[in-house]
Design a protein around this ligand. Structure first.
Ligand SMILES: C[S@@+](CC[C@H](N)C(=O)[O-])C[C@H]1O[C@@H](n2cnc3c(N)ncnc32)[C@H](O)[C@@H]1O
Length: 347
Protein backbone atom coordinates (compact mmCIF):
# COMPACT_ATOMS: atom_id res chain seq x y z
CA UNK A 1 0.00 0.00 0.00
CA UNK A 2 1.32 3.45 -0.85
CA UNK A 3 2.28 5.87 1.93
CA UNK A 4 0.49 9.21 2.19
CA UNK A 5 1.99 12.64 2.92
CA UNK A 6 -0.44 15.34 4.01
CA UNK A 7 -0.47 19.11 4.40
CA UNK A 8 -3.14 20.61 6.68
CA UNK A 9 -4.42 24.06 5.63
CA UNK A 10 -6.10 26.06 8.44
CA UNK A 11 -4.44 23.62 10.86
CA UNK A 12 -5.33 25.38 14.13
CA UNK A 13 -4.16 23.51 17.24
CA UNK A 14 -4.01 20.30 15.22
CA UNK A 15 -7.19 18.30 15.86
CA UNK A 16 -7.41 17.07 12.29
CA UNK A 17 -3.67 16.52 12.04
CA UNK A 18 -3.61 14.48 15.27
CA UNK A 19 -6.43 12.28 13.95
CA UNK A 20 -4.80 11.72 10.56
CA UNK A 21 -1.48 10.84 12.25
CA UNK A 22 -3.24 8.10 14.23
CA UNK A 23 -4.07 6.35 10.96
CA UNK A 24 -0.50 6.35 9.64
CA UNK A 25 -0.80 9.39 7.37
CA UNK A 26 2.36 11.53 7.63
CA UNK A 27 1.26 15.11 8.17
CA UNK A 28 4.25 17.19 7.15
CA UNK A 29 3.08 20.73 7.85
CA UNK A 30 0.13 22.92 8.79
CA UNK A 31 -0.69 26.49 7.72
CA UNK A 32 -2.57 28.92 9.95
CA UNK A 33 -2.49 32.66 10.65
CA UNK A 34 -3.14 32.32 14.40
CA UNK A 35 0.28 32.26 16.08
CA UNK A 36 -1.31 31.03 19.31
CA UNK A 37 -1.76 27.65 17.61
CA UNK A 38 1.93 27.10 16.83
CA UNK A 39 2.91 25.65 20.21
CA UNK A 40 0.07 23.10 20.29
CA UNK A 41 0.44 22.16 16.66
CA UNK A 42 4.18 21.51 16.79
CA UNK A 43 4.54 20.13 20.33
CA UNK A 44 1.93 17.41 19.97
CA UNK A 45 2.26 16.43 16.35
CA UNK A 46 5.88 16.92 15.34
CA UNK A 47 4.80 18.65 12.11
CA UNK A 48 5.94 22.09 10.98
CA UNK A 49 3.68 25.10 11.58
CA UNK A 50 3.73 27.78 8.89
CA UNK A 51 2.26 31.12 9.93
CA UNK A 52 0.98 32.16 6.54
CA UNK A 53 -2.42 32.93 5.08
CA UNK A 54 -3.88 30.28 2.81
CA UNK A 55 -5.08 33.18 0.67
CA UNK A 56 -1.50 34.29 0.02
CA UNK A 57 0.67 31.20 0.16
CA UNK A 58 2.28 30.05 -3.08
CA UNK A 59 1.39 26.59 -4.37
CA UNK A 60 5.12 25.74 -4.76
CA UNK A 61 5.63 26.36 -1.05
CA UNK A 62 2.90 23.89 -0.13
CA UNK A 63 3.90 21.34 -2.80
CA UNK A 64 7.49 21.26 -1.47
CA UNK A 65 6.34 19.37 1.66
CA UNK A 66 5.40 16.27 -0.33
CA UNK A 67 8.08 13.61 -0.75
CA UNK A 68 8.57 11.68 -4.00
CA UNK A 69 6.73 8.39 -4.58
CA UNK A 70 4.06 9.09 -1.97
CA UNK A 71 0.43 9.97 -2.39
CA UNK A 72 -0.40 13.60 -1.68
CA UNK A 73 -3.31 14.56 0.61
CA UNK A 74 -4.31 18.21 0.87
CA UNK A 75 -6.59 18.73 3.88
CA UNK A 76 -8.31 21.95 4.82
CA UNK A 77 -10.96 22.93 7.33
CA UNK A 78 -11.56 26.57 6.53
CA UNK A 79 -13.02 28.82 9.27
CA UNK A 80 -16.70 27.95 9.79
CA UNK A 81 -17.92 31.30 11.17
CA UNK A 82 -19.15 32.65 7.79
CA UNK A 83 -21.18 29.45 7.24
CA UNK A 84 -22.51 28.91 10.74
CA UNK A 85 -26.25 28.93 11.49
CA UNK A 86 -25.47 31.49 14.24
CA UNK A 87 -25.46 34.10 11.45
CA UNK A 88 -29.24 33.55 11.15
CA UNK A 89 -29.42 34.31 7.44
CA UNK A 90 -27.19 37.43 7.59
CA UNK A 91 -25.16 38.02 4.42
CA UNK A 92 -21.63 36.85 5.25
CA UNK A 93 -20.15 36.95 1.74
CA UNK A 94 -18.22 40.12 2.59
CA UNK A 95 -16.45 38.39 5.51
CA UNK A 96 -12.76 37.95 4.55
CA UNK A 97 -13.04 34.31 5.65
CA UNK A 98 -15.92 33.51 3.26
CA UNK A 99 -13.82 33.18 0.06
CA UNK A 100 -11.06 31.06 1.65
CA UNK A 101 -12.49 27.93 0.00
CA UNK A 102 -11.63 29.55 -3.35
CA UNK A 103 -8.01 29.86 -2.16
CA UNK A 104 -8.07 26.18 -1.16
CA UNK A 105 -9.47 25.25 -4.60
CA UNK A 106 -6.75 27.26 -6.32
CA UNK A 107 -4.07 25.35 -4.43
CA UNK A 108 -5.70 22.03 -5.35
CA UNK A 109 -5.71 22.98 -9.03
CA UNK A 110 -1.98 23.86 -8.95
CA UNK A 111 -0.71 21.04 -6.73
CA UNK A 112 -3.01 18.31 -8.09
CA UNK A 113 -2.93 16.09 -4.98
CA UNK A 114 -4.40 12.62 -5.46
CA UNK A 115 -6.46 13.09 -2.27
CA UNK A 116 -8.37 16.01 -0.75
CA UNK A 117 -10.50 16.41 2.36
CA UNK A 118 -12.39 19.29 3.88
CA UNK A 119 -14.67 19.65 6.91
CA UNK A 120 -17.06 22.40 7.91
CA UNK A 121 -20.43 23.13 9.50
CA UNK A 122 -23.43 21.53 7.74
CA UNK A 123 -24.68 24.90 6.45
CA UNK A 124 -21.57 25.33 4.30
CA UNK A 125 -23.50 23.50 1.57
CA UNK A 126 -25.92 26.46 1.31
CA UNK A 127 -23.12 28.74 0.10
CA UNK A 128 -22.09 29.36 -3.50
CA UNK A 129 -18.40 29.14 -2.61
CA UNK A 130 -18.96 25.51 -1.51
CA UNK A 131 -20.85 24.62 -4.69
CA UNK A 132 -18.07 26.20 -6.76
CA UNK A 133 -15.49 24.24 -4.74
CA UNK A 134 -17.25 20.93 -5.47
CA UNK A 135 -17.70 21.82 -9.16
CA UNK A 136 -14.01 22.76 -9.36
CA UNK A 137 -13.02 19.34 -8.00
CA UNK A 138 -15.37 17.55 -10.40
CA UNK A 139 -13.86 19.47 -13.32
CA UNK A 140 -10.42 18.30 -12.18
CA UNK A 141 -11.61 14.68 -12.38
CA UNK A 142 -11.98 13.90 -8.67
CA UNK A 143 -14.40 11.28 -7.36
CA UNK A 144 -16.23 12.92 -4.47
CA UNK A 145 -18.03 11.77 -1.35
CA UNK A 146 -19.69 14.50 0.66
CA UNK A 147 -22.13 14.25 3.52
CA UNK A 148 -23.14 15.51 6.92
CA UNK A 149 -22.28 13.14 9.73
CA UNK A 150 -23.25 13.04 13.37
CA UNK A 151 -20.05 12.56 15.34
CA UNK A 152 -21.73 10.47 18.08
CA UNK A 153 -22.07 7.69 15.45
CA UNK A 154 -18.27 7.52 15.46
CA UNK A 155 -17.72 7.51 19.22
CA UNK A 156 -17.33 11.22 19.94
CA UNK A 157 -18.88 11.97 23.37
CA UNK A 158 -20.45 15.14 21.98
CA UNK A 159 -23.34 16.13 19.73
CA UNK A 160 -21.56 17.63 16.76
CA UNK A 161 -22.79 17.50 13.18
CA UNK A 162 -20.22 18.20 10.53
CA UNK A 163 -20.10 18.28 6.77
CA UNK A 164 -17.20 16.22 5.44
CA UNK A 165 -15.91 16.01 1.89
CA UNK A 166 -13.51 13.33 0.65
CA UNK A 167 -12.12 13.48 -2.89
CA UNK A 168 -9.83 11.17 -4.80
CA UNK A 169 -8.38 11.12 -8.28
CA UNK A 170 -7.73 7.38 -7.89
CA UNK A 171 -11.30 6.04 -7.77
CA UNK A 172 -14.58 6.19 -5.83
CA UNK A 173 -14.07 7.07 -2.15
CA UNK A 174 -16.47 7.08 0.80
CA UNK A 175 -16.65 7.66 4.54
CA UNK A 176 -16.45 4.43 6.53
CA UNK A 177 -19.74 3.26 8.10
CA UNK A 178 -20.71 4.25 11.66
CA UNK A 179 -18.40 2.72 14.27
CA UNK A 180 -20.68 3.10 17.32
CA UNK A 181 -24.30 2.03 17.79
CA UNK A 182 -24.34 3.31 21.40
CA UNK A 183 -23.20 6.88 22.12
CA UNK A 184 -20.25 7.50 24.44
CA UNK A 185 -21.46 9.57 27.41
CA UNK A 186 -19.99 12.61 29.11
CA UNK A 187 -19.44 10.59 32.30
CA UNK A 188 -17.54 7.89 30.40
CA UNK A 189 -15.34 10.57 28.83
CA UNK A 190 -14.57 12.89 31.76
CA UNK A 191 -15.88 11.11 34.85
CA UNK A 192 -12.44 10.04 36.06
CA UNK A 193 -10.82 13.48 36.02
CA UNK A 194 -10.05 14.93 39.47
CA UNK A 195 -12.84 16.94 41.09
CA UNK A 196 -12.47 20.73 41.05
CA UNK A 197 -14.26 23.76 42.44
CA UNK A 198 -14.96 26.87 40.34
CA UNK A 199 -11.73 28.84 39.91
CA UNK A 200 -9.53 25.87 40.84
CA UNK A 201 -6.74 24.22 38.84
CA UNK A 202 -5.46 20.67 39.21
CA UNK A 203 -1.84 20.95 40.40
CA UNK A 204 -0.92 17.99 38.18
CA UNK A 205 -2.53 19.30 34.97
CA UNK A 206 -2.49 23.02 34.17
CA UNK A 207 -5.26 22.53 31.60
CA UNK A 208 -7.64 20.98 34.12
CA UNK A 209 -8.75 24.38 35.37
CA UNK A 210 -12.29 25.69 35.83
CA UNK A 211 -13.33 29.32 35.40
CA UNK A 212 -14.34 31.13 38.55
CA UNK A 213 -17.99 32.05 39.13
CA UNK A 214 -19.60 35.15 40.60
CA UNK A 215 -21.56 34.55 43.82
CA UNK A 216 -24.89 34.67 41.94
CA UNK A 217 -23.69 32.19 39.30
CA UNK A 218 -22.44 29.91 42.05
CA UNK A 219 -25.95 29.91 43.56
CA UNK A 220 -27.42 29.30 40.12
CA UNK A 221 -25.26 26.31 39.30
CA UNK A 222 -25.85 24.81 42.73
CA UNK A 223 -29.56 24.82 41.93
CA UNK A 224 -29.15 23.56 38.34
CA UNK A 225 -30.15 20.03 37.44
CA UNK A 226 -28.19 18.03 34.83
CA UNK A 227 -30.16 18.50 31.59
CA UNK A 228 -32.41 21.11 33.29
CA UNK A 229 -32.81 24.82 32.59
CA UNK A 230 -32.84 28.11 34.48
CA UNK A 231 -36.54 27.35 34.98
CA UNK A 232 -35.37 25.17 37.89
CA UNK A 233 -34.14 28.28 39.74
CA UNK A 234 -36.18 30.49 42.04
CA UNK A 235 -37.36 33.73 40.41
CA UNK A 236 -34.78 35.93 42.19
CA UNK A 237 -31.87 34.13 40.51
CA UNK A 238 -33.14 34.57 36.97
CA UNK A 239 -31.50 37.16 34.75
CA UNK A 240 -33.62 39.88 33.12
CA UNK A 241 -33.49 38.11 29.78
CA UNK A 242 -34.87 34.96 31.43
CA UNK A 243 -37.82 36.81 32.88
CA UNK A 244 -38.80 38.12 29.45
CA UNK A 245 -40.64 35.86 27.06
CA UNK A 246 -37.84 36.40 24.51
CA UNK A 247 -35.34 34.82 26.92
CA UNK A 248 -37.25 31.57 26.66
CA UNK A 249 -35.69 30.95 23.26
CA UNK A 250 -32.38 30.20 25.03
CA UNK A 251 -33.36 27.46 27.48
CA UNK A 252 -29.91 25.87 27.60
CA UNK A 253 -27.79 28.85 28.61
CA UNK A 254 -26.65 28.43 32.20
CA UNK A 255 -27.27 24.70 31.98
CA UNK A 256 -25.60 21.63 33.42
CA UNK A 257 -24.89 18.86 30.92
CA UNK A 258 -26.11 15.32 31.61
CA UNK A 259 -23.60 12.62 32.50
CA UNK A 260 -25.53 9.82 30.82
CA UNK A 261 -25.62 11.38 27.34
CA UNK A 262 -23.07 12.84 24.90
CA UNK A 263 -22.25 16.48 25.64
CA UNK A 264 -23.35 19.58 23.72
CA UNK A 265 -21.25 20.93 20.84
CA UNK A 266 -18.06 22.41 22.27
CA UNK A 267 -17.76 26.08 21.27
CA UNK A 268 -14.91 28.55 21.68
CA UNK A 269 -16.61 29.75 24.92
CA UNK A 270 -17.39 26.33 26.36
CA UNK A 271 -15.51 27.05 29.59
CA UNK A 272 -18.21 29.55 30.70
CA UNK A 273 -21.33 28.48 32.62
CA UNK A 274 -23.41 31.28 31.03
CA UNK A 275 -22.44 30.39 27.47
CA UNK A 276 -24.47 27.22 26.92
CA UNK A 277 -25.01 23.89 28.63
CA UNK A 278 -21.46 23.85 29.92
CA UNK A 279 -22.04 23.23 33.64
CA UNK A 280 -20.40 20.04 34.96
CA UNK A 281 -22.84 17.11 35.09
CA UNK A 282 -21.81 16.08 38.63
CA UNK A 283 -23.90 18.00 41.17
CA UNK A 284 -21.09 17.78 43.72
CA UNK A 285 -19.06 20.08 41.43
CA UNK A 286 -20.49 23.59 41.15
CA UNK A 287 -18.62 24.84 38.10
CA UNK A 288 -18.39 24.89 34.32
CA UNK A 289 -16.29 22.23 32.62
CA UNK A 290 -12.53 22.69 32.72
CA UNK A 291 -10.42 23.28 29.63
CA UNK A 292 -9.15 19.69 29.90
CA UNK A 293 -12.71 18.37 30.05
CA UNK A 294 -13.64 20.42 26.98
CA UNK A 295 -10.57 19.10 25.14
CA UNK A 296 -11.46 15.54 26.17
CA UNK A 297 -15.02 15.95 24.88
CA UNK A 298 -13.36 17.03 21.62
CA UNK A 299 -11.40 13.71 21.85
CA UNK A 300 -7.96 15.28 22.28
CA UNK A 301 -5.59 12.89 24.09
CA UNK A 302 -5.42 13.49 27.86
CA UNK A 303 -1.86 14.84 27.62
CA UNK A 304 -2.41 17.23 24.66
CA UNK A 305 -0.66 20.52 25.40
CA UNK A 306 -2.23 23.72 24.09
CA UNK A 307 0.06 26.40 25.56
CA UNK A 308 3.06 26.59 27.87
CA UNK A 309 1.51 26.36 31.38
CA UNK A 310 2.46 29.92 32.31
CA UNK A 311 0.67 31.34 29.23
CA UNK A 312 -2.63 29.46 29.46
CA UNK A 313 -5.71 31.66 29.20
CA UNK A 314 -9.32 30.46 28.96
CA UNK A 315 -9.93 32.63 25.92
CA UNK A 316 -6.97 31.47 23.82
CA UNK A 317 -7.26 27.77 24.66
CA UNK A 318 -11.07 27.82 24.44
CA UNK A 319 -10.77 29.16 20.91
CA UNK A 320 -8.39 26.39 19.87
CA UNK A 321 -10.59 23.69 21.40
CA UNK A 322 -13.90 25.01 20.06
CA UNK A 323 -12.50 25.58 16.58
CA UNK A 324 -10.86 22.16 16.34
CA UNK A 325 -11.88 19.25 14.21
CA UNK A 326 -12.38 16.55 16.88
CA UNK A 327 -9.35 14.25 16.82
CA UNK A 328 -11.74 11.30 16.49
CA UNK A 329 -13.27 12.82 13.35
CA UNK A 330 -9.78 13.36 11.92
CA UNK A 331 -9.09 9.71 12.66
CA UNK A 332 -12.30 8.60 10.92
CA UNK A 333 -11.37 10.71 7.88
CA UNK A 334 -7.89 9.12 7.90
CA UNK A 335 -9.38 5.61 8.25
CA UNK A 336 -11.70 6.30 5.31
CA UNK A 337 -8.76 7.40 3.15
CA UNK A 338 -6.64 4.41 4.17
CA UNK A 339 -9.56 2.08 3.48
CA UNK A 340 -9.88 3.62 0.00
CA UNK A 341 -6.16 3.08 -0.74
CA UNK A 342 -6.33 -0.49 0.54
CA UNK A 343 -9.33 -1.26 -1.70
CA UNK A 344 -7.47 0.12 -4.70
CA UNK A 345 -4.40 -1.98 -3.88
CA UNK A 346 -6.59 -5.11 -3.70
CA UNK A 347 -7.97 -4.65 -7.23
C1 LIG B 1 -12.00 25.47 11.88
S1 LIG B 1 -10.46 26.13 12.44
C2 LIG B 1 -9.38 24.80 12.01
C3 LIG B 1 -9.26 23.74 13.02
C4 LIG B 1 -8.13 22.78 12.80
N1 LIG B 1 -8.20 22.16 11.49
C5 LIG B 1 -8.12 21.71 13.88
O1 LIG B 1 -8.46 20.60 13.59
O2 LIG B 1 -7.76 22.02 15.02
C6 LIG B 1 -10.05 27.34 11.23
C7 LIG B 1 -8.65 27.92 11.35
O3 LIG B 1 -8.41 28.75 10.22
C8 LIG B 1 -7.50 29.74 10.62
N2 LIG B 1 -7.50 30.80 9.60
C9 LIG B 1 -8.37 31.83 9.44
N3 LIG B 1 -8.06 32.54 8.35
C10 LIG B 1 -6.95 31.96 7.81
C11 LIG B 1 -6.15 32.23 6.66
N4 LIG B 1 -6.42 33.26 5.86
N5 LIG B 1 -5.11 31.42 6.39
C12 LIG B 1 -4.81 30.39 7.22
N6 LIG B 1 -5.53 30.08 8.32
C13 LIG B 1 -6.60 30.86 8.61
C14 LIG B 1 -7.97 30.14 12.00
O4 LIG B 1 -6.92 30.75 12.73
C15 LIG B 1 -8.39 28.77 12.58
O5 LIG B 1 -7.36 28.19 13.34
Amino acid sequence: MQDIDAVDLFCGAGGLTAGLLKTGISVRAGYDIDLNCEYAYKTNNGAEFIAESVALVKADHVAAWYRPNRLKLLAGCAPCQPFSSYNQGRDTTTDVKWPLLYSFEKLIKSIKPELVTMENVPDVTKHQVYNDFVKGLEDEGYYIWAGTIHCIDYGLPQHRRRHVLLASKLGPIAMIPKTHSKPVTVKEAIGKLPKLAAGECDPKDPLHRAASLTPINLQRIMLSEPGGTWNDWPEYLRADCHRKASGKTYPSVYGRMRGDEPGPTMTTLCFGFGNGRFGHYDKSQARAISLREAATLQSFPKNYKFMPPENITFKAVGRMIGNAVPVRLGEIIGMSIQHHIKELAAV
